[in-house]
Design a protein around this ligand. Structure first.
Ligand SMILES: [Zn+2]
Length: 302
């Protein structure tokens, strides 16, 4: 049997055992195992793989300036908190601190760590490979950093480059009308972006001790539109042209209430996604079928 078939069978078996193991845990009153990868013992890791139905979330952050008032690791702290809260509601393993991504546009700001494109690609692929070697066959990418958006989508596309015995699922939140209405009612600023009202509000929930709200107006987060009239062009320099302070919006208007709505909405959607991914039997099966077809020699006419 091929490795990917074995992996699929193991996941399906784990799927069947899943409900049973939860019931067993409740009956025995057994200690709940941590969701954080780095907090698991080696024997508990084996149980965690089973409990999660071979599912691990990689909360992806970055180290970059977040206006003059938020910590460099804002996206990392935020993504991890979201993933940990969600995984505690629907069990999945949460990968350790991961702050390797696309952030060239902030190289002119203090503290930014901008690894090369080759390194961030290889590191993510090898992280997935290592997870798979350890029995994880369903990998959820949860990107908390806007600068990663194109990178993580292309990374998912490129998983079809060659046969793999695991599937990579990218978290793609949808708009929730109830949450959107609450956000609208609570929002004080119109233009909001990097380190602005939303993101600062979320940090007021996740790590309020690190928010320097009194500094939030010490730099401008206004769009400076320095590329002028280039309406139909995309350039790497677009962000710097608009927001040279690496700050978009006004974080001084943040509130904890808004942060709670934003964070809870992300957590709810991630819980739903984890549940769907754990139950999913199609992705790995279709990947295998796809490569069986792609690798079949072409029939040539005689
Ligand atoms: Zn951010």
């Amino acid at each position: 049997m091929r490795n990917d078939q074995k992996a699929l069978r193991a996941c399906l078996l784990a799927s069947a055992l899943l409900l049973g193991s939860v019931a067993l845990r409740q009956d025995l009153g057994a200690q709940v195992i941590p969701v954080q990868y780095e907090e698991l013992t080696a024997p508990d890791f084996v149980k965690a793989v089973e409990e999660s139905n071979c599912t691990c979330i990689i909360p992806m952050g970055i180290i970059e300036k977040h206006g003059p008032h938020l910590p460099l690791g804002t996206d990392l702290l935020d993504a991890r908190e979201t993933a940990i809260r969600a995984a505690k509601r629907e069990y999945a393993i949460v990968y350790p601190h991961y702050y390797f991504g696309q952030i060239f546009e902030a190289k002119h700001q203090p503290g930014t760590v901008a690894y090369s494109s080759k390194v961030i690609w290889d590191l993510l692929q090898e992280t997935c490979d290592e997870l798979s070697r350890n029995g994880i066959k369903k990998i959820i990418l949860y990107s908390g950093h806007g600068g990663n958006s194109n990178f993580v989508r292309y990374f998912c596309n490129a998983q079809l480059e060659k046969r793999r015995d695991y599937a990579v699922y990218l978290f793609t939140p949808t708009s929730d009308s109830a949450a959107a209405a609450s956000v609208k009612a609570l929002r004080r600023t119109r233009d909001d972006g990097h380190a602005g009202e939303n993101e600062t509000s979320a940090m007021l929930v996740v790590r309020p001790d690190l928010v320097r709200i009194d500094q939030a107006k010490s730099q401008s987060g206004e769009n400076q539109n320095r590329l002028g009239n280039l309406q139909n062009s995309f350039l790497g320099i677009w962000w710097y042209a608009r927001y040279p302070n690496h700050y978009a919006g006004d974080g001084s208007q943040a509130s904890r209430e808004l942060g709670e709505v934003l964070l809870n909405n992300q957590v709810d959607q991630l819980v739903r996604m984890i549940r769907e991914v754990k139950q999913d039997e199609n992705a790995l099966r279709l990947q295998r079928q796809f490569f069986d077809e792609a690798e079949r020699p072409l029939e040539t006419e005689q």
